[in-house]
Design a protein around this ligand. Structure first.
Ligand code: NDP
Length: 480
């Protein structure tokens, strides 16, 4: 069985512990490879390698750094099929989704930041007869990047690419639950000729490897995407060390549908925004609010479509809903569905685990689930489930919709459906979220800032924000 290896100092190496963890294919419920069970000694090796490499990498002409990252992007594209298959097996997501979204977006991350650094500019302020102030930006040295399992290669590269582009070396940890595409990326970096020590990937558990990265005194910046509780823990370690921190955390995103929406568009997109990747995208909408006039019609059509969704083998080309990521996660989702019933919720579609016939009969699947009859204050509507479960509630006025949207501790994203431009502006402005989509969902432009508010995160990523995060700005003033 294949053993994944750490990528440190340009080489694929065994963990210092000599021990490995099981890597499970969630669609069949079986171990299919082994992951290094690394610890702080492996992180130490990675930091040493990065220390050795950082000066030369930071001093490389921008065109050369850009060239190196473009080569990685090209090789991701060349290996699209192998990466998509690996991600589908690791994660349980439909191979079609991995091939058309996750992997292309991973190469887009490298390509975008490889080009973005070429176009970076600095600011100058001229004070007549006194001086010229201008700013320069220097890399921080070493960046720590920690990513989750739901979009494994996409979110991993979303952090790594801007960190490398802005001249840092990186010590990174992918989720231990979905490590395979990060391992394949290390092979790609070797093939691309990325200098040794520039990118180091240490596999293993969060409390061992992740915390060792966060606590390491030679790593001045941590970019983390994951759950809010883990973010709090990371903040408690990094903040007293005055590290730069970017935290992209959980969400409980509202999807507000007004009577005057384009019905068919809202229906089709809401199906996708609720259940894409089995609801395991941080930007999925999990609370649907329907204006009273459209409530019955939309609910009936939506439930009919959900009942028609085919759940099945992620490697089957026609599958659009695959397995959830692990047995533990399946249990968590089912626990929340039971809780919803206890809280008085009515399950109108799904509500159970699912066992497809054949190869995937022991995999971890959950039926797409629709629940009504709950109010906004219950735990089902307050806590992040992160699975194929949505609740539906009615509202009457814009004010009510805004209050419902803002009724949780989270503020990652929101979606609005209306044909009324004034209403769209007014409601979007009043919703506390990092991004509000109007009549669309998941439309992303890498130049735009991204990040949650409230307990969904601290800091903005994307575009120049990410390049700024991984550099420190200095102001130089010259007397004139
Ligand atoms: P976790 O917070 O459990 O884990 C995220 C990463 O942190 C993993 O690599 C994990 O390692 C690591 N980790 C765990 N504990 C520690 C620790 N003490 N110190 C340092 N690192 C640690 O999140 P999930 O992987 O379960 O991902 C799902 C969550 O991510 C959801 O809440 C989702 O909303 C959020 N998310 C947010 C996004 C955003 O942009 N805001 C985007 C995507 C997801 P290990 O796997 O070994 O536990």
């Amino acid at each position: 069985m294949e053993r994944i290896l750490n990528y440190i100092d340009g080489e694929l190496i065994e963990p210092t512990t000599g021990t490995y963890l099981d890597n499970i294919n969630p669609a069949i419920g079986e171990v299919y490879s082994y992951i290094p069970d690394s610890n702080k000694d492996d992180v130490e090796l990675a930091v040493k390698a990065a220390e050795k490499a950082k000066e030369a990498w930071g001093a490389l002409p921008i065109e050369d750094r850009s060239e190196a990252l473009l080569k990685v992007a090209d090789l991701i594209d060349e290996n699209l099929e192998a990466l998509a298959k690996a991600e589908s097996i690791d994660n349980g997501k439909p191979i079609n989704l991995a091939r058309t979204v996750d992997i292309p977006r991973a190469s887009a991350n490298f390509r975008f930041y490889a080009k973005a650094i070429i176009n970076q500019s600095t600011k100058a302020h001229i004070t007549p007869d006194k001086g010229i102030n201008y700013t320069v930006r220097d890399p921080l040295g070493i960046a720590g990047c920690i990513s989750p399992w739901n979009l494994p290669l996409y979110l991993f590269t979303w952090k790594i690419a801007p960190a490398l582009a802005s001249g840092n070396c990186v010590v990174a940890k992918p989720s231990e639950i979905t490590p395979m595409t990060a391992y394949l990326l290390s092979k790609i970096c070797i093939e691309a000729g990325l200098p040794a020590g520039v990118l180091n990937i240490v596999h293993g558990l969060g409390p061992q490897v992740g915390e060792a990265i966060v606590a390491h005194p030679s790593i001045p910046a941590i970019s983390f995407t994951g759950g809010t509780a883990t973010g709090q823990k990371i903040g408690s370690i990094a903040a007293p060390m005055f590290k730069k921190l970017s935290l992209e955390l959980g969400g409980k995103n509202p999807n507000i549908i007004f009577d005057d929406c384009d019905f068919e568009d809202a229906l089709a997109t809401t199906l996708r925004s609720s259940f894409a990747n089995q609801g395991q995208i941080c930007l999925c909408g999990s609370r649907i609010y329907l204006q009273r006039g459209i409530y019955d019609k939309f609910l009936e059509a939506f439930v009919a479509k959900v009942n028609n969704m085919q759940v099945g083998d992620p490697l089957d080309e026609t599958t659009r809903t695959g397995a959830v990521v692990s047995e533990q996660h399946q249990e968590k989702i089912l626990h929340y569905i039971s809780l919803a019933r206890l809280e008085g919720g009515k399950v109108l579609a799904g509500g159970n685990a699912f066992n497809p016939e054949g190869r995937c009969k022991n995999g971890y699947f959950v039926q797409p689930t629709v629940i009504t009859g709950l109010d906004e204050n219950c735990r089902t509507n307050q806590e992040e489930i992160f699975g194929p479960v949505v609740t539906i509630q009615a509202f009457d006025t814009e004010e009510e919709a805004i209050a419902l949207a803002n009724s949780t501790k989270y503020g990652l994203s929101a979606t609005l459906w209306t044909q009324n431009l004034t209403r769209a502006h007014k409601v979007a402005a009043a919703i506390k979220a990092g991004i509000v989509w109007v009549n669309c969902w998941l439309v992303r432009d890498l130049r735009t800032p991204f990040g949650g508010v409230k307990q969904s995160g601290v800091g903005r990523e994307g575009g120049d924000e990410a390049l700024h995060f991984f550099t420190e700005e200095k102001n130089i003033c010259i007397k004139t």
